[in-house]
Design a protein around this ligand. Structure first.
Ligand code: GUN
Ligand code: FE
Length: 442
């Protein structure tokens, strides 16, 4: 076994969204020890208590001044859209047509797809993200490329081939039958292959024929432990288009419901322009929403109603939605989520924000028994944060921090510069070169 020492914080349950976290919802140890064996967590607790009980010679890595948290999880992000970030002046439908579809078409080139997939996984790690639910492109090779990249970094991702057989350029659309055959073959190849998991991925209802949605629903019904991911109710023009395409359905959500695509294995990105009936159906079916604040503000899509979703009992995760989103950083994503809540007269506490980005998102992906906290048996996926690595974070110093203030400072002012190191299944996979939080073996 081996151990990592530093300030330790992880959630055991939803802390709520009040100024004080719910009792028993988190563990914080100022001088803590995280004990690992074979890449998994064995124990956490105060260093002073645990150190004397460890076998002589157990290696301990001391992250002096660092805050050790479970690795961030991103519940909605597009591997092939790094190159689409910061595309100027468009809302969703124009953005897809002008920038996104042409860029995704490049992934028909397998070499390009492999290079971009590696760049993507390495960037996730540099931003402190150790897991996530990921869109590839409509090309089967893009899925192989991503899972191979994840595997080579020891990461577990959930990802799938985009199904899209209409309303997009010919060089990006698939065929109805081909999309089913490819998805099934990829699912059989990758789902449960090490830490990798497949996700059935119709892009959104506008780019799938009813026949393709039927086949996506069949895949979901035949594989109840496989996630489904798609986009929903992001933009008013999109919603109008869906009602034109599916006049027989009473709402956008009803389209997905009709084709058997809702359930506790489904993550719908966005869900901005929705009503109480939608929320009730989401809660009833266990369907999850990925809240994508940097994307929603950047594309001018709208302001997600976080409080109403919570109050209706809908499970909500937090996501970057890169390349509609403007940062892979889950810290930046928390900041933008907070601002969206403020613009709606709502709030997002630092407890709730850090919960969402870790255990909350692991629950959204049904991976809380694998990652997202330091409960014994979980993979040792963690990130070491350090305010000292980032000029933006030190502007307020000297400054006396409570833990709530430290977390709030990190989420509002922090970004990739606050990531001193990222560890996946016990292996250090990223280390910020100029970090003062260098690990000292002892
Ligand atoms: N809706 C359909 N496709 C996409 C996409 O790639 N990004 C976003 N943000 N919304 C979508
Ligand atoms: Fe998206």
């Amino acid at each position: 076994s081996r151990a990592h020492r530093g300030a330790l914080l992880h959630f055991l349950d939803d802390p709520g969204n009040d100024p004080e976290p719910r009792d028993g919802s988190l563990e914080y140890v100022e001088d803590g020890l995280l004990i690992l064996q074979n890449g998994r967590v064995v124990a956490t607790g105060p260093a002073q208590e645990l150190l004397p009980r460890m076998p002589e010679g157990t290696p301990v890595t001391h992250w002096q001044g660092g805050l050790i948290l479970p690795g961030f999880i991103d519940t909605h992000v597009h591997m092939p859209q790094l190159g689409v970030m910061a595309s100027y002046g468009a809302q969703l439908l124009d953005w897809l047509e002008t920038y996104t579809f042409p860029h995704e078409a490049r992934f028909s080139d397998g070499d390009w797809a492999r290079a971009e997939a590696l760049r993507f996984t390495d960037l996730l790690l540099a931003y402190g993200t150790t897991s996530g639910l990921v869109f590839c492109t409509s090309h089967a090779a893009s899925v192989d490329a991503l899972f191979e990249a994840a595997e080579s970094r020891g990461m577990g991702l959930t990802a799938g081939k985009v199904m899209m057989d209409r309303n997009a350029p010919d060089n990006l659309t698939d065929t109805t039958r081909g999309s089913y055959d490819d998805s099934l073959a990829l699912l059989q190849k990758w789902h449960g292959h090490g830490r990798q998991r497949y996700a059935i991925t119709p892009r959104f209802a506008a780019t799938s024929t009813p026949e393709q949605l039927t086949l996506a629903g069949k895949l979901a019904a035949d594989h109840p432990d496989v996630m489904v991911q798609t986009h929903w109710a992001e933009n008013t023009g999109e919603i109008q288009w869906i009602s034109d395409l599916f006049p027989e359905r009473h709402s956008y959500l009803d389209v997905y419901d009709h084709y058997g695509l809702l359930g506790d294995h489904t993550v719908l990105a966005h869900g901005i322009h929705i009503d109480d009936r939608d929320r009730q159906r989401l809660a009833e079916t266990g369907t999850r929403i990925a809240f994508c604040p940097t994307s929603n503000t950047f594309l001018g899509s709208g302001l997600f109603d976080f409080r109403s979703a919570r109050e209706a009992g809908v499970t909500v995760g937090l996501a970057s939605d890169v390349g509609g989103g403007t940062s892979l950083s889950m810290l930046t994503t928390m900041a933008e989520a907070y601002k969206v809540c403020r613009l709606r007269g709502q709030t997002l506490t630092p407890w709730q924000a850090f919960y969402l980005a870790t255990l909350g998102n692991a629950r959204v992906l049904q991976q809380a028994d694998q990652t997202g906290s330091f409960q014994p048996g979980r993979h040792a996926d963690f990130v070491v944060l350090d305010e000292g690595t980032s000029p933006a974070l030190t502007m307020k110093q000297p400054y006396s921090h409570t833990l709530a203030e430290t977390l709030f400072n990190l989420m509002i002012l922090g970004d990739d510069r606050a990531i001193a190191a990222t560890v996946v299944a016990g292996e250090i996979r990223y280390q910020r070169p100029d970090s003062p939080t260098a690990p000292t073996p002892q």
